[in-house]
Design a protein. Structure first.
Length: 323
């Protein structure tokens, strides 16, 4: 609600001293829509249609203008800062057709998680794990980077993002063009398989071929259990990846969260580390996060469109055409 309309009213040609909202205005809007106008009338008011008034006086900025202002603010911060980090969660990959985990209809809504100790102690659990993996495999191999992934890659190419920290296991950042050493995978990568005994890595494609041929719980040549190289419930986090992510977060100038609810620890600590170090914190996510009230910019919209516009805004700034 506008509290002082004086700066706005002259734009439609009426001096603010002569404007009063008339209770019997030609439309049926309630008089409470713009009560502030009455307080600033100094001489006999003229009658004015609210319909005409409303066509010129914006009580609340249009949503598109607010969004564009936030995008421009992120663009300026990315250009001004030197050490920029992007942190991504499942929300960026849903636009590529990959289900998230916690929302209605997500993976955990369909399946009860197989805990790590169950996987290691029970062949029946390993068979069930690989059955689910086989069911989800087509979605993974069909998925392609979307405009959100492409925009982050463009920022990397422009020298404006040094590292992407991701909770995602789909490998789509690398598919978009990011080198492996620019991506910190906190929860592993579902496109590769690791032996739980000797640590040897192999392709998921090869393991899936074995499952399709009837090997329902594939094992390594050393007899160790094969498992997609992702972090299951109850499994230890990759210490080196977590430590590197924490160090970079504590020493960054700009930290942007994209598509994460920031509920899973310790990954959710990264924006806190950044904020504690006075970094600029931006969040682009459709749902609420614990950091909404403390971040510097919050955009509740789909990642692909927002990040594409961030890149476009940066290009305009670099060309001298400030958005």
């Amino acid at each position: 609600m506008v509290t002082d309309p004086r700066p706005l009213i002259p734009h439609f040609g009426y001096p603010y001293e002569k404007i009063l909202y008339l209770e019997n205005a030609v439309d049926n809007e309630a008089p409470s829509r713009i009560p502030a106008l009455h307080r600033y009338c100094k001489i006999r008011p003229i009658h004015i249609s609210l319909k005409k008034l409303r066509s010129h006086l914006v009580l609340n900025p249009p949503e598109d203008d607010v969004l564009n202002d936030k995008i421009a603010q992120i663009a300026r911060r990315i250009l001004a800062a030197g050490r920029n980090i992007v942190f991504t969660g499942a929300g960026i990959s849903t636009e590529s057709g990959i289900s998230d985990y916690r929302s209605k209809g997500g993976i955990w809504d369909k399946f009860r998680p197989v805990y790590f100790d169950e996987f290691m102690s029970s062949k029946a659990s390993r068979i069930e794990y690989w059955r689910r993996n086989y069911e989800l495999y087509p979605d993974l191999v069909r998925a392609r980077p979307n405009p959100g992934h492409d925009a982050i890659f463009r920022l990397f190419q422009m020298g404006l993002v040094r590292t992407v920290i991701t909770q995602n296991i789909d490998g789509l950042h690398q598919e978009s063009g990011l080198p492996n050493d620019a991506v910190i995978e906190l929860h592993g990568n579902a496109r590769r398989v690791r032996c739980m005994h000797c640590g040897k890595l192999s392709s998921l494609e090869a393991a899936q071929a074995r499952v399709a041929a009837g090997d329902t719980a594939p094992e390594c040549e050393c007899s160790g259990y094969l498992k997609p190289d992702t972090i299951s419930f109850g499994q230890a986090m990759p210490i080196e990846a977590v430590q590197k992510a924490a160090s970079l977060s504590r020493n960054c100038d700009f930290f942007m969260v994209v598509g994460s609810t920031l509920l899973v620890q310790p990954a959710a600590l990264m924006p806190q580390y950044a904020k504690d170090s006075n970094a600029f914190l931006a969040i682009v996510n459709l749902s609420e996060t614990p950091y909404d009230a403390v971040c510097d910019v919050l955009i509740k919209a789909k990642a692909g469109a927002v990040l594409t516009e961030v890149v476009n805004s940066i290009k305009k700034l670099q060309a001298g055409n400030e958005p």
